[in-house]
Write a new protein. Sequence first.
Length: 337
Amino acid sequence: MSNTPVMEVRDLTTKYITRFGEDIYAVDHVSLQLWEGRSLGIAGESGCGKSTLALSLMGYYFPPLHYQSGDIILDGQNITQMPPDEVRLNVLGTKIAYIPQAAMNALNPTRRIIHFIQDVVRAHIPHMTKNDIRNLATERFEKLGLPKESLDKFAVELSGGMKQRTVIAISTILSPQVLIADEPSSALDVTSQKMVIKMLRNMMDEGMIKTMIFITHELPLLYNVTDDIMVMYAGQIVEEGSAREVVFDPVHPYAKGLMDSILVPEEGMRDTKLAAIPGTPPNLKKPPAGCRFAPRCKYVEPRCTGINQDLRVLRSGRASRCWRDEDELRRKYASER
């Protein structure tokens, strides 16, 4: 494995500008590294900025989303400083692929699957012939467990799981380095979910992609998909660590609240009592002072609302956006059992 990350994001901040000129910072000073052969999960409630972060990482911004500051380093280049046309031609699809939410609905029902693939390939390799594109598509579909006959079908002729896998195959046909999957299994039944997750892992194992970001609101799902997890709240990262650490031993009160509100049948989680997190994520037009989770946190103290806590590395090597020591938080959690 290389000592250089596939992608490095430094202090990225992006915002939405409303029609009234208000700034909404949905991604607020986020930093991360993606390493070859490792996958990163991003979890959080709806409205916490996960999908905006996914869009922001591609370096291609459409109003009302705007770039504010920070760096996205890919292949030694800062793609935030590249012209939009260059990002579209030389980064999207070839270096970064994005699978949006509700990807099953992304396919035009009046076109055959092979036509989508031809459009993607020719946008980056104009001289490639139809026969070469079909050979490339056939090989990729077969590797991903999709019958080659699917290439000549319309989307309405495919099942939900096959549509989702087809969108993934089309998005990654040029073997991008980074795949960003935004809740790719949320609309599928359990069997289809397992097939999609297995497919994504196989793509990394076979070198079709180097690294992956998997976004979901189901934190326990990430334990079976990713190596590392970042928990996002109100546009900020509030905890990060290995998948096992964050799922089975969350430190930040918000990460702990997410886990306590979900039933996980894994070993060691059977006696967990379900408890909802009170309230809702804050309005980012005017986020609360200090810790953004403070208005919903059962452990809140005056210091929480008066000091902006940075994401800090704990003694164990993981990171949390809480001023309390991790052992103190564990004692609080244990006293409630």
